[in-house]
Design a protein around this ligand. Structure first.
Ligand code: ADP
Ligand code: MG
Length: 286
């Protein structure tokens, strides 16, 4: 390998906002068969908005937002913003607990309350009509969380995060090169599938706990090299496990550290460009 070619190649890509951090990445790109994407913040904008509230809106929002004050999840920011915009004042909460992949709980006004998806509910029963509302909203690409107090559900909140305007083009460029595209997410399958359909993703793997993302990458590695594109704290293990880890520049520090390639401009179309540039650079130096 000629180090000069490597320097020139990566220097050119750096000017395009594509940082290639090591030579191992260059070696792997020629054999990449699958590109796996995180959903929130990678394919979507990552700024979810509340779209629907079912139940006594004011009460549902007040309880949910009071709980979400202690959470750093993007869904929490959406719920708190909606409550503030509606002029609802938040109540202090204590004994906060996050339940991975499911939601959160805490004590508000002396009662254990919760916000989360249907997996969080356990013994709490959901009426048939509320469940069918949930399914309808999920098929509209909206994430649904139930809000409850004690063992009673008081309502639900639907939250939507729209795909980035460039996601569809980015996916179709990769598919035109014969690459398989996959979305990996902790969100519900119906929601993930609805988003995947909007951008043309081939396959969806949903309901994945953060700790299991790297395991999923390994499964796809059984049929060839894998590139993983992500931005979150949760994505770090998958980024390091993948043959080519691609981090969004807007991502968390840990994601950026774990990626072999960083997309400074946060443009998903740069995934295709990064793979093409890496191939060219590698073929010149080998
Ligand atoms: P992702 O980052 O892909 O959305 P997570 O594992 O962070 O995956 O979350 C999975 C699901 O768990 C969310 O879609 C939501 O239903 C639920 N959840 C997680 N955190 C919260 C929270 N703070 N408030 C409400 N629901 C939550
Ligand atoms: Mg993300």
């Amino acid at each position: 390998a000629t180090p000069t070619a490597l320097m020139v190649g990566t220097g050119r890509s750096a000017r395009m906002g594509i940082l290639i951090k090591n030579g191992e990445v260059l070696e792997a790109v020629n054999d990449v068969k699958t590109v796996i994407f995180d959903k929130t913040g990678t394919i979507t904008v990552g700024k979810p908005q509340v779209t629907d509230i079912v139940g006594d809106n004011e009460k549902v929002l007040a309880i949910a937002a009071s709980l979400e004050q202690s959470s750093e999840h993007p869904l929490a920011a959406a719920i708190i913003k909606k409550a503030k915009d509606a002029g609802i004042s938040l109540t202090p909460s204590h004994d906060f607990k996050a339940i991975e992949g499911k939601g959160i709980q805490a004590v508000v006004e002396g009662e254990t309350s919760f916000v989360g998806n249907d997996k969080l509910l356990n013994d709490v029963s959901v009426s048939a009509s509320l469940r069918s509302t949930m399914i309808t909203l999920q098929h509209e690409a909206k994430t649904v969380v139930f809000v409850g107090q004690g063992d009673e559900i008081i309502g639900l909140i639907a939250i939507q995060d729209t795909p980035k305007p460039t996601s569809k083009d980015a996916i179709s460029a990769l598919k035109s090169q014969g690459l398989k595209t996959v979305m990996l997410t902790g969100d519900n399958h119906a929601v993930a599938q609805a988003v995947a359909d909007q951008v043309g993703i081939d396959q969806v793997v949903a309901d994945v706990l953060p700790a299991d993302k790297a395991e999923q990458v390994k499964k796809f590695q059984e049929s060839g090299k894998v590139a993983f594109v992500g931005d979150g704290i949760n994505d770090a293990p998958a980024l390091s496990t993948a043959d080519v880890g691609i981090a969004m520049g807007s991502g968390t520090d840990i994601a950026i550290e774990s990626g072999g390639i960083v997309l400074v401009k946060n443009d998903l179309r740069d995934v295709y460009k990064a793979l093409e540039l890496s191939k060219k650079t590698f073929n010149r130096i080998k």
